[in-house]
Design a protein around this ligand. Structure first.
Ligand code: AMP
Length: 470
């Protein structure tokens, strides 16, 4: 199939040709005709499947036949969970609407609101926004929705994970009843279906990948090593093996900063991107990485989902992630839309249970790899694949490791401190890793952020053999 069979205008086809897209991806083949037809669409698709173009292209096509919006109005609203994702969607919209009269803009928290208010004055065809900042703008009368014809919720599962459900509901109540609704999510979990009930009655359902399927074009491997060997092995890959454009994931912001300092000492150009960095610093780091000035981008999970760096060759899990799902999202930054990528994970003996859990989650063993000179003193034992299926977890009101990510977002994504507080109690995570003890496998360990004292430790003992929910 090619794009010309999908009913898109010549101007869009020309742009796609310039971009070098020869044929539509599966999500594009299914979503574009349905959206052009005016139908509501609920699509399960990970990033990397071409989902942004799947909703952007038909929406632009529809807008080509409409009048320009009036002052402070938007015709299409795209909501995204993080500023990085919002910016990337906005870039895609700009690219795909080149040569048309379509005006778009992006708004997100953590930066001054006034320039965003100015940009909304003339009205925009497509507004891309994070939920908190959109509500701020609405309250200041900078945006009206009476001319809105379509709503897109992108990475809806992530928005729910981050506690945006109340903001989403508030926003949906502000929109005209008659509109087209498009929902994109990595999963169709219970909470997503609940949200969908508020949105539409009989959407076209499209599913192109399951949440725990890593892209087939990603070559995965796990290196067992001692903690002290991690930075040396990374430098070995960067210097001896000459790896270029490497995205490295650390579990904490401080860990990311420390690693950047260490790489810079070895004269490797590196930058950190995480929630404590200002918007300017994050954009600078990302742009530097994209244009090749920065060889290594060290990130925490908060930015994992949003990053779209075309043909990114390497992802390194310097630390294994806090949730099994994040493993899939992290390695999804490479091997995108057909190109091949390499994802390596550094695994210490203390991480063994996490590795086994990830393998159970993705339903396959990650091939072990060894680099001469980097044999660990504390090996990671081999373990057969645990084939018991995962069941989605129920919503939890517990403060734990994912709060950090949501706190990142809370600090940067909205100026509503009260809303931020309410969000903190609403998060849930699917497939969270079991707590474990660093000294032995299969036992519980406190999270790195809240080390319990001895008393708490013994109180934790009954949970020591806790397993992932099955
Ligand atoms: P997304 O899933 O929207 O994040 O897109 C992932 C990547 O695939 C982006 O870098 C797009 O530019 C690229 N892409 C989208 N559609 C196509 C296509 N039909 N052919 C080749 N690349 C594409």
């Amino acid at each position: 199939m090619n794009f010309s069979q999908l009913g898109l205008s010549q101007v869009l086809l020309n742009t796609l040709e310039t971009k070098g897209y020869s044929s539509p991806t599966p999500i594009q083949q299914q979503a574009i005709p349905a959206i052009l037809n005016g139908q509501d669409v609920m699509a399960a698709a990970q990033t990397g499947t071409g989902k942004t173009a799947a909703f952007t292209l038909p929406l632009i096509e529809q807008l080509l036949n409409t009048q320009q919006p009036h002052a402070n109005q938007a015709r299409v609203l795209v909501l995204a969970p993080t500023r990085e994702l919002a910016i990337q969607i906005a870039e895609s919209v700009e690219t795909y609407s080149a040569g048309t009269r379509i005006r778009s803009t992006v708004v997100y928290g953590g930066v001054k609101i006034n320039p965003q208010m100015m940009r909304l004055r003339k009205g925009v065809d497509i507004l891309i926004a994070t939920p908190g900042r959109l509500l701020d703008l609405y309250q200041q009368n900078a945006i009206k929705f009476t001319e809105l014809s379509a709503l897109v919720l992108d990475e809806a599962d992530r928005m729910l994970d981050m506690g945006f459900i109340h903001d989403l509901k508030k926003i949906i109540r502000l929109l005209p009843n008659k509109r087209q609704n498009l929902l994109f999510s990595a999963t169709f979990s219970g909470p997503i279906r609940e949200l969908a009930q508020d949105l539409f009655s009989s959407p076209v359902e499209i599913s192109v990948a399951t949440e725990n399927t890593a892209a087939k074009t990603v070559i995965q491997s796990a290196y067992a090593l001692d903690k002290a060997q991690k930075s040396k092995l990374l430098c070995h890959f960067l210097i001896e093996k000459k790896w270029q454009q490497v995205l490295v994931f650390c579990r904490t912001k401080h860990g990311a900063n420390r690693l950047v300092a260490l790489l810079e000492k070895s004269h490797i150009s590196a930058a950190a991107i995480h929630g404590n960095k200002s918007q300017g610093a994050r954009v600078k780091a990302l742009n530097g990485f994209k244009n090749g000035d920065v060889n290594v981008l060290v990130a925490t999970d908060i930015v994992a989902r949003g990053l779209d760096i075309s043909e990114l060759p390497y992802v390194v899990n310097y630390d294994l992630p806090n949730t099994y799902e994040d493993y899939v999202h992290r390695i999804g930054r490479t091997g995108r839309a057909g190109s091949e990528g390499i994802a390596v994970s550094f695994v210490t003996q203390a991480d063994a249970d996490d590795l086994y859990g990830i393998e159970r989650f993705i339903g396959t063993l990650i091939p072990r790899a060894e680099e001469p000179g980097f044999v660990p003193q504390n090996p990671v034992p081999e373990k057969p694949l645990d084939t018991r299926p995962f069941k989605p977890k129920k919503k939890k009101n517990k403060t734990d490791s994912t709060d950090k990510a949501a706190t990142d977002q809370k600090q940067t994504n909205s100026t509503h401190s009260k809303e931020g507080k309410s969000r903190a109690g609403q998060r849930h995570t699917n497939a969270r890793k079991p707590k474990r003890n660093s000294s032995s496998q299969g036992t519980s360990k406190p999270s790195s952020k809240s080390k319990p004292n001895n008393k708490q430790r013994s109180a934790n003992k009954p949970n020591q053999a806790r397993k992932p929910q099955s």
